[in-house]
Design a protein around this ligand. Structure first.
Ligand SMILES: C[S@@+](CC[C@H](N)C(=O)[O-])C[C@H]1O[C@@H](n2cnc3c(N)ncnc32)[C@H](O)[C@@H]1O
Length: 291
């Protein structure tokens, strides 16, 4: 399939407009490899025909398909280990304290909300739900329930979200990051896959959301996990998203980014902190202060 330099440029512009993804100039091979079968289906193999169709604003499903084809959904359970360890060990106890204070001041349903932004096929929010479940089942929070720590999980990709919602993971995905104990405890096993238990699923709400859109529809959070997502955007888009994250966090709330990511050179009011080996960014103020 032939793609001219001008056509590649048009794909770059389209992807940035649709989801903020910055496609480097060296990614022609990737565009060609990932779009070949799609172009065959929609444009009879002609990239020119495909481009003219997808550039019409009404080509919504074609646009979703393009975004899904060119974004990376790489993920695994408890990816990188340490952020989840810190979440379990140091962040959850502080969130529990916040919930207890809210309960004492008369909140009808006291909660600490957690957001997995860019959740892909769901391994991140399910990992968070397992951590929450273990925490409330342990003797440090017997007065609380999983529902006190609701998790919103969002992604731009409807296809990834459909899989995440089903909570059905093939064995090779379960093998990445779960202990045998977690697998037995939280996934009912079929021959080739495992299905997440209801006790995890009921803690998570999945929702389609494009991070380049206005984000204030999702409400306020105590903790935002946005890991291995910002890395695909340019500085302007990162800035715009992080500013919105800041506004959506409650005072003292935390933004946790991926191991290879930072807010370096962005103009935000976040205060960087090291929580163990994990880099986190705090909305400066009181609250969550004993971390
Ligand atoms: C590499 S995965 C990271 C998954 C998970 N957070 C982790 O660290 O394992 C990146 C995810 O970001 C999503 N994504 C990319 N651009 C997005 C956007 N504009 N809005 C929302 N999600 C986006 C992709 O669909 C993909 O699922």
């Amino acid at each position: 399939m032939e793609i001219s330099a001008q056509q590649f440029r048009e794909v770059q512009i389209l992807m940035r407009d649709l989801c903020g993804l910055v496609l480097g100039d060296d990614k022609t091979y990737l565009v060609r490899a990932r779009l070949e079968h799609i172009v065959a289906a929609h444009g009879g193999g002609s990239f020119t025909e495909y481009l003219s169709r997808i550039q019409q604003k009404t080509a919504l499903s074609m646009r979703d398909e393009l975004v899904e084809a060119l974004t990376t959904g790489e993920t695994s359970f408890f990816r990188d280990g340490h952020p989840f360890e810190e979440f379990r060990r140091r962040i959850l106890p502080v969130l529990a304290q916040t919930i207890r204070e809210r309960r004492a001041s008369g909140y009808p349903l006291p909660q600490a909300r957690i957001w997995s932004a860019g959740c892909s096929t769901g391994q991140e929010p399910y990992s968070l739900a397992m951590a929450v479940h273990e925490f409330v089942a342990g003797n440090r929070a017997l007065d609380l329930r999983g529902e006190n720590f609701p998790i919103l999980a969002t992604d731009v990709s409807r296809k990834s979200l459909a899989m995440a919602r089903k909570g059905c993971f093939p064995n090779h995905m379960l093998d990445r990051g779960l202990s045998a104990e977690q697998r037995n405890r939280y996934f009912s096993q079929t021959e080739n896959s495992g299905i997440a238990s209801e006790e995890l699923r009921r803690l998570i709400e999945f929702r389609q959301l494009n991070l380049i859109d206005r984000l204030n529809v999702v409400g306020q959070f105590e903790v935002i996990f946005c890991r291995n997502v910002l890395i695909y955007f340019d500085a302007d888009i990162r800035q715009q998203i992080c500013q919105q994250f800041y506004d959506l966090l409650t005072p003292g709330g935390l933004l946790i980014v991926g191991a290879a990511e930072s807010l370096y050179r962005l103009d935000t009011r976040f205060v960087p902190e090291q929580v163990g080996p994990t880099s986190v960014y705090r909305k400066c103020s009181t609250g969550l202060s004993s971390l």
